[in-house]
Design a binder for this molecule. Sequence first.
Ligand SMILES: Nc1ncnc2c1ncn2[C@@H]1O[C@H](COP(=O)(O)OP(=O)(O)OP(=O)(O)O)[C@@H](O)[C@H]1O
Ligand SMILES: [Mg+2]
Length: 452
Amino acid sequence: MSEMIREVRVTTFKRKGIHSHIRGLGLDKDGKPKPIGDGLVGQLEAREAAGIIVQMIKEGKMAGRGVLFVGPSGTGKTAIAIAIARELGEDTPFVAMDASEIYSSEIKKTEVLMQALRKAIGVRIREFRLVYEGYVKEIKYRVPKSPYTPYMMVPREATITLATKDDQMTLNVGQEIASQLREIGIRKGDVIYIDAQTGAVHLVGRAEVEGAKTYDVDVVKKIEIPKGPVKKEKEIVRTFTLYDLDLSLALRKASFFSIFGFVSEREIDPELRRQVDESVKKMIEEGKAELIPGVLFIDDVHMLDIESFSFLSRAMESEFAPIIIMATNRGITKIRGTDVESPHGIPLDLLDRLLIIPTRPYTADEIRQILRIRMLEEEIELKEEALEELVKIGTETSLRHAVQLLEPSRIIAERKGRKEVTKEDVREALRLFMDVKQSVAHVKKYEESFLR
Ligand SMILES: Nc1ncnc2c1ncn2[C@@H]1O[C@H](COP(=O)(O)OP(=O)(O)OP(=O)(O)O)[C@@H](O)[C@H]1O
Ligand SMILES: [Mg+2]
């Protein structure tokens, strides 16, 4: 089941901006947290605990369980969850969502969750495919002038010579493959393979061969010239998510017209998912595929309602389940959709299966260090007094608010023709932008005056 499927990156980050400085958990070999490491500062116990979770995930010991980060706003719950994703590596799917995303108007709540769950499960598929592989010795495009788009250089055909240490082959390829070659920017010396059945072109790396240009900074990795014949059976390993497989099957089954219906409905038929599950199971039994359970991160989890919680509980028990990591800053609160109060607004039966990791407010020193890291990340220069002002805001309102004021402060300084941000710039930014507590109080004031 691979024809329609294209390779997809399985890691997705929402709200990447304010956490872009985080590269991992900053632990040493023994799993102990460094005071500062991988962009993270302090919060030592939570980081050590998160490191243990990473190990449990890698060893497959987290099945049927979940993690809950609990702590006040701006204490790094989302930051540490993202660090977990970085530690798990590229191949492990990590899907981040905000609980409030389920209240979209177009799709059912449980469907939103189902899609997120399936995006968080990877399937590594191994197959042998007939390919042409070698380094590019020669490539020529034939580009006709198009009467409709005279500026667009769309190749109609290409002639490409692929070579290995032992063999060489010249292929004439049509428009489909020629335009892929052009799009990827294939040049002499690139090692590529072309799938003989699908025509998909893959760049493997670059070999050092005569006549090939080299650059000082190259993003393509250097590799040896391949050996053996150009045309051969090659074992190819690709990772998809269950969601990718659902979509590709749906598209393959859809007729021309129902494709549009499908897209506008945006709900996937459960029967179709069952078929995907069956064929994945079969591939696993035959040793052609492996399951890679990933992580579904649900932020502000107290926003889920009772229906969604029971759906998640059931999902955690199913055969194909990702690890669920949640975060909340609420204490005892009502479970949405009920009159029942519960810790963190989460039903007790689900709470029973969660490992809880607390996060604690930062000291002024830690806030200062985090802001320094963000200054480097965003390339913003602050006067000492400006930094101190932000540290004060971080301690009094929230760290998140302080982090978010950095860029507006920079712009305010820039408009006054300065590169370096002063205390006044920060104060002005503070006057213009509210933190969440303030903004809630702000609308509440008006709501009350409307009700009267
Ligand atoms: N220990 C840390 N080291 C470095 N940066 C951090 C750390 N903790 C938080 N940050 C950064 O501080 C900002 C606020 O943290 P974050 O959003 O993770 O808090 P939170 O606990 O998820 O808050 P909320 O409950 O409001 O969602 C983010 O930019 C985050 O990347
Ligand atoms: Mg958060």
